[in-house]
Every structure is written in structure tokens, then in C-alpha cells.
Design a protein around this ligand. Sequence first.
Ligand code: UGA
Length: 448
Amino acid sequence: MKVSIIGAGYVGMVTGVGLASKGYNIICVERLQNKINRIKQGKSGLYEKNLDELLSKFVDNKFEITSDIDYAVKNSDITIVCVGTYSKEDGSIDLSQIEDVARNLGIALKSKSSYHTVVIKSTVVPTTTRNIVIPILERNSGKKSGYDFGVSVNPEFLREGHAIEDFVNPDRIVIGELDNQNNTALEDLYQPFNSKIIKTSLETAEMIKYASNTFLGLLISYSNELADICESVGVDISSVFDGLYHDRRISPKIGNEKVFPEILSYLSPGPGFGGSCLPKDISALVKFAEALGHDPKMMKAIIEINNNRPMRIVDLLESELKELKDRTITILGSAFKPDTDDIRASPSIDIIKILISKGSKIKLYDPVAMENTKQLLNDSIIYSESLEDSLKGSDACILVTAWDEFKSITPDMMKNLMKTPLILDSRRFLNTKEFEGKVKFIGVRLGK
Ligand code: UGA
């Protein structure tokens, strides 16, 4: 089976390279010529473990890149749409890229004689594929979906920083299909992955993606709200969670061992969630639900609690320093999480902006996201060369991103380099005991 992919962004590149690693020949379509030129040299332009190594291996043999969508459709059996879906100003989903692609795919399908399958991998709100994509495809091709060509929805569950691993070893593969479609192309494509395949309607598949990301956001906002209450009564939420997690419904015993599911790592109070997916998808679902006449109170609360987190972190620091004006504050980490250079919707950026508005001088250090941050914040802050450099002469330091490198901070390092050795560990990432009594240590959820 030959596969074409539309969009050489994050999802498209990982999908293309991941499928090439399973033996498929890929034609990837990208409209930006500079991206095409870069990809031809084996450079995805993305910070993602193993991606460029695999791309270099497959480019020009199993992985072809072109701007010609017609060529890609004619020379493949299945097209996977991986273009981005963005947010409009009001938080609702912006489908303009998907609509453009559907138009161009429809035109390409018009002159294709053999059966072709179109797969929507981009995250789209339920009913988008049936009510928007399919009519555009049919109008532009003059053909009938389900008979002349197939349409499926196949959401992705890739985490930035672990995307190749997630693609190659999926927990589940969700395939949403038209009722009248007797088409096994996508199931066949995923045979080598040896994973559970869940077959559903188009809308169910679309909804599964939103249910997944909303669930992650829910856990984070729940833990943040609970942590605030705990703090007010002098309770460390880590101990509360310890008591909660031992419920056998959460951590079943397998053999003689209690198993604590990985999902519990999202029950982690801190500066709030960020990235290109969770904030955007939860907002899109809220707007979608409202348009249907619902009042999605819980989804709105997830966002509201999350939006307040950066201010909450700044408040914690302000209550300690009393005055933030003219203070030099070190920010450790601008990426929205470790193992990525992505600063989109990063709580760190919000914390920096609030501190600047209060008159603080910011020194930032991030192991990989410095370039992206410079493009966004220009010369409004100081960019430090190293962790040590960032601590020099500071009145306080806030750890925002849980990069492993930050584990090397010690109380002695702080005393030697900082004006005032004060650290606010917004993720409780460091070992509290190593700092307490030696330097001023404020840890979110310490209950103090
Ligand atoms: C998220 C989902 O995890 C993926 O399954 C999904 O495919 C992707 O969105 C998407 O829609 O494309 P990603 O944005 O890479 O992936 O981020 P996560 O690793 O899930 O992190 C999201 C937020 O949760 C971050 O702010 C991070 O700091 C926080 N987080 C992450 C935790 O609090 N605990 C963790 O263990 C991991």
C-alpha cells in the first residue's frame, strides 16, 4: 500500500516517518517550499527524539516530499490529512486549512480512476468530517463518498517528546468510518502495529480525541484546585494523593505488586498545562458544546483554573518577596514541558509576562527552547547561557519546566551565585529535604 500524507508539520512528519519505519512508501505533501528544501536534507525542523535520524534514513527512498497534491493522490492508495487545526479568537476551531485541503483533495480525486481512501488525522470537532469535509470532497470530485472513495477518521494520541515511540507502539488505534463503507484500507495499514483497533463511527472517533485531551486537562485542573485548598489548611497534597492512590480501584494489585497507572502523573499541581493541544482542544470543545446549546461548566472550569495558575505562582513569590519591582528573577524553563522546545501556551511565558508587568527583571534559562523564546519575547528579558549564569545575582528563582538538568541545583550553588538564595519550585520537582533549612524553598503544594 502506498501512502500520501498532507502536511509536514508535527503530526505529518511523525506519521510519515513512523509508517516508513514499518516498510511503507510515503509521499508527503507540503505547501511551504523552504520546509520542503529542509526536509530533503533530512531536517524536520522539529525538536523530537529520533525524528531526524529516521527522516535522514528514509528521505529520498521511502519518504518523498513534494508540493504536488495531485501527484501524491495519483501515486498512493490512501491519503492521511495531518494539517493543523487552530483556534479562532473566541477559542472555537478554525477549520480553514482542513477545508482547503479537502478542496484540493476533491479536485485530485476527480481524475483518479482507482478507489482511494481519505483519512482525517487532524483534530476536528465531532461532525466536521461528515458535515464539512465530505461535502467539499464530493462537490470537488463529482464522486460519492463510501462508493467511489472512502473516508475515515483516525485521531492521533502522540505526546510531544515521545511522538515516535507513541506512533510505533500505540495503545489503541481508533478508526472512525462511514456506515456504508466496506473498506479495510486503514485496518490493513495498521496491521504491522499489532495494536488494539477500535472501530467506530466518524463522530465517535472525533469525540474520542477530545475526550482524551479533556480528561488530561481535567486531572491537572482538579489537582491544582485541590492543592490550593490543601495549602490554606497546611496540608501537603502529596500526602493526600498518597492516601488516594492506594485505593485498589486506582492501583490494583497485580501479582504481589500494587500498580500505579501512568495517568496519575497528570495529578500534579503546578503552573498549569500548556502546549499546542490541551488548551486549544478544550476551548474548541467548549465552543462546540455551546453552539449545540449546552453549558459545559466543567470544561470551562478546567480552562479557568488553568488560566489562573501563572498568576498564582507569581502571587506565591510576591508574598515572599513583598515587592517584585526592580527584583531580578531567574526563570528556569520556558518550554511547556521537558523534552520539547515548544513554548506554545507555555505557563512559563505567562509567568514571565506577569513578572515583567510588575517591574521585575527576568533572566531565563532553558536547555532547548531559548531560540523559540527569543523569537517571542525579543529583548524584553535576559537570556542566560547556562543554569549557573541564570542564577547569578538573582533575588529569586522559579523552576517552571521539569527539565532533568535542573536537578543539579544545590543549596550551595544558590548561596554562591544568587543575591538571595530563594527558590520557588512550581512543580515540586526538586527534593525538598535537600533545600529546607539551607535556603528559602517554596514548593507549590507544600501546605505552608
Ligand atoms: C497531548 C496528549 O498527551 C496526547 O495524547 C495528544 O495526542 C496530544 O496532546 C495532541 O492532542 O496532539 P502533548 O501536548 O504533547 O500531548 O502534552 P502532554 O505530554 O500530555 O502534556 C500536556 C500537559 O500536561 C503539559 O502542560 C504537561 O506539563 C502536563 N503533564 C504532562 C503533566 O502534568 N504530567 C505528565 O505526566 C505529563
